[in-house]
Design a protein around this ligand. Structure first.
Ligand code: ZN
Length: 290
């Protein structure tokens, strides 16, 4: 919060006094200002600061808080021709939002649970991994970068022979107690290591199933995949996800279109930032037309 206010103070000379601040936030947000949960930041805690009120008090500007995936969806709404699409992030958790150009150009984030697929239970087994929110077997605790890192560590002890023969051990010198995505998992997957790719595939299968459901239920014409883990793997991740989605679909009407429908999103830091600007432009247009 401090750095937002510092930045606002530094830009004051080029802003009108009532120009708003738009913040994209990694959790569900109601009414453009109330943070409901922040599992990737504070776990299951409900002690979440009233960020909008504090920023408003300190800056004396109107504040809009929007979900980070909603911001990304606003970005793709402004920068692509896709008609009805989903943005899905594969990073510390799993999140998504759907944008519908046919419905007055908007992100479907009202009600607030729109797109919140990360906490669906996809593994009922007693040994299912624990999600950041404290729940067990959630999609976000399995298919996210964090979930994949967790399973690689677990498999390294459970399948010691396989792990010993993997690229992680043989080429990267990884040990079961010091494995990270950054230093081992991503490098091994990019090198085509079958042991590592099999784990990523297992973790990604439930995500593919849920994406396919969303594609069919909404009639989506595109899915943009973003997020640090997916983008670090790039086309390796895309091909793996596409193959899983195709493997699960038995519906001839969509067969030809399905692989092309899933794309990697732009690998740029500013997607959420530019999405905030796209959201504000649209909000201003609506205000002028109302
Ligand atoms: Zn969860």
């Amino acid at each position: 919060m401090h750095s937002i206010l510092e930045f606002e103070a530094a830009q004051r000379g080029i802003l009108e006094p009532r120009d708003p601040i738009v913040v994209s936030f990694p959790g569900p947000v109601a009414d453009r200002r109330k943070i409901l949960q922040a599992p990737t930041l504070v776990g299951g805690s409900t002690d979440i600061p009233d960020m909008a009120a504090e920023l408003e008090r300190e800056s004396r500007r109107p504040i809009y808080l929007i979900n980070d995936l909603a911001a990304a969806a606003w970005y793709y709404g402004a920068n692509t021709q896709a008609n009805r699409f989903q943005v899905v992030t594969v990073s510390s958790g799993i999140g998504s939002k759907v944008f519908d150009r046919c419905r007055n150009d908007r992100v479907l984030d009202d009600p607030v649970y729109g797109g919140e697929i990360g906490h669906i239970v996809v593994d009922d087994s007693p040994s299912a991994p624990v999600c950041d929110c404290g729940g067990k077997g959630h999609l976000g605790g399995i298919a996210s970068g964090r979930g994949i890192e967790h399973l690689v560590r677990r498999k390294a002890t459970e399948d010691y022979l396989g792990f010993s023969a993997s690229f992680i051990t043989s080429a990267l010198g990884g040990r079961f107690d010091d494995l990270t995505n950054e230093h081992h998992v991503v490098k091994a997957a990019l090198a085509g290591d079958p042991w590592t790719l099999a784990i990523i595939r297992d973790c990604t299968r439930p995500l593919a199933r849920i994406l396919l459901s969303t594609i069919l239920a909404f009639g989506l014409d595109r899915v943009f995949v973003i997020g640090g883990f997916a983008q670090a793997l790039g086309s390796t991740y895309l091909e793996l996800l596409r193959a899983l989605v195709v493997e699960m679909s038995r519906y001839a009407l969509i067969a030809d279109r399905l692989p092309k429908l899933i794309e990697m999103g732009a690998a740029r830091q500013e997607v959420c930032l530019e999405g905030c600007a796209a959201f504000l432009r649209r909000a201003n247009e609506k205000l002028r037309s109302d």
